[in-house]
Each structure stands twice: as C-alpha cells, then as structure tokens.
Design a protein around this ligand. Sequence first.
Ligand SMILES: C[S@@+](CC[C@H](N)C(=O)[O-])C[C@H]1O[C@@H](n2cnc3c(N)ncnc32)[C@H](O)[C@@H]1O
Length: 288
Amino acid sequence: MAWVSLTIDVKEPDSELVQSTLYDFGAAGLEIRDSQNPVMPQVRKPAAGDAIVIGYFESKGDAEEAKAEVLERFLGARATLEDVVERDWSVAWRDQIKSVTVGRLWIGPPWERATAPKGKVCLFIEPKMAFGTGDHPTTSLCLAAVDDFMTGHPGATVLDVGTGTGVLAFAAKKLGAGRTVAVDNDAVAVALAKECAQENGIEGVELSTKALPSLDGVFDLVLANILANTLVELAPLLAPKVKGRLVLAGVLVPQAEEVKAAFVKQGLTHAQDVVQGEWIRLDFTRKP
Ligand SMILES: C[S@@+](CC[C@H](N)C(=O)[O-])C[C@H]1O[C@@H](n2cnc3c(N)ncnc32)[C@H](O)[C@@H]1O
C-alpha cells in the first residue's frame, strides 16, 4: 500500500497535542522523535527543545487537512508531506513499542507473550487508539506507585481516572486490589480497555465513561495520569474520592507547583515528587 507521511517539527511540549491531532485526522500510526525517544544514527534528530512527530496516512487528503490544522494551531510548527515507499506498516510500527519492567510488573505487546519474563506480573497491551502501553514515562511513574502501594495495602480499593488502555487499573488488580474502578471520558478508550481486560483475563474492574461525581465511594488509592490543566480543573471533584493516597502524573516539571497548590487547597497533603526526564509524579495523602 502507498502511504503518505506528514512530518511535523514542533516544540516538545506541544508534541502530545500534535499527536492527537494527527490521530483525529486519520493517521494510522505515528513515529515520535524527542528527548524520550532518541533516534538511530543517520536519522534526522529534532532541534534542541523540539520534537519530530511523523504521522502515516492512507489518504493524501487527510494528511493535507492534518497539515493545515497543525500549522494553524501550533505557532512555529513546520510540516512536510512525502509519499512513502511501499512498506508493511502493520509490522514496521511494532519496532516502536517497547516492553517495560517496573517493580514486580512487566508490560508489553501481545507479540512478546512468548518471551515475557516468567517471574513477573505480566500485562499484554495491544497498542491501538488509546494511551497506555506502559512505555511512556508518565505511565511508568504511575506503575511504580501502584507496585509500591499494593505491596503495603493488599486488597486496597483503587480508582483510575483517565484509564486509557486500563493499564494502571489492571496492574493494581493483578497486584491484589479489591474494588477497582476505572473511568475515561473517551468512549473509544473504554471499549478498548474492556477488550484489553478480556485479553488479560482480568475480571471485576468497573470500566466506564462515568463522571467523577457519579462514582460511589472513596478509594484507598486514586490514580490520575492526565494533563496538568485537566488535573487542576478536576481537583475539586478528584480530591473527595481520595481516602488514602492520590497519585498524579501527566505533569511537566514546570507545571508541578500549580497542580500541587490546586490539590493542597482541597485538603490533601503533598507527600513526595518523583521525576523521570521532563515528567513529574505528584503523590498526596489524606491525613486522618
Ligand atoms: C495520558 S492518558 C493515561 C492513560 C493511562 N492511565 C496511563 O497511565 O498510561 C490520559 C487519559 O485521560 C483521559 N482523559 C482526559 N481528560 C479526562 C477527563 N476529564 N476525565 C476522564 N478521563 C480523561 C484521556 O482520554 C486519556 O485516555
């Protein structure tokens, strides 16, 4: 099949929004080059502070529309369209997916099932149209928090807000969580997370698009890996759900203070920060 590639050079903080824009306009797959995804020798690197996002489209028309949208929305972005030499994309993109080991957990794609480590708690996540294959730093930071918390709190109740593929909720369940609720405002993500639960033989995770106020109960562990501005907006709804520990990610280091202040204002106590590259995880507790 003939593909069209759309290569966008953009400021690294805008990279994730550009990625979702390309998906919205019909990209079948993406390649990212940034500080977290260094390139092979002889491959063009992003300029300092920039990322390169390459979207692969079946339709030239979709790629042209995506290009126009990106150039309008992201000041200073540069975009190039190119015909791609015939290539089996369905296999080539697999090279981009990395398995990760975090504490007791191993998360990887289904085609690594045969080589998954025997002594680990394994989750197989097919990278489709939802976020959360484990290899993004924000996901790894949360997986470490899940592993830590579940060690000391077997049977804990868990709420995962912005569950994407369901990866954090499933990890918690596999590590012995009790009632586990996972929500996402994207119905496609929830449908994929349900498939993913089935593929991993996980039962009992309550997956839905429910809004926070309609969820019953409070939870020993609340996880939310969403973007900083959304977390600030959600603070008054999220904080009342926290019985024990709140773990926030999706926050860039310079955004941390604003997010922290929003949750402290809701009566939570800031416990610790964990930094991975440009990303920071913020942990809070509710004092009895
Ligand atoms: C960065 S992904 C995190 C996925 C997964 N939890 C992980 O850690 O890899 C953020 C998810 O939050 C969802 N989301 C964004 N805003 C939301 C909101 N206000 N309420 C619920 N989910 C939201 C998005 O649809 C997306 O699936």
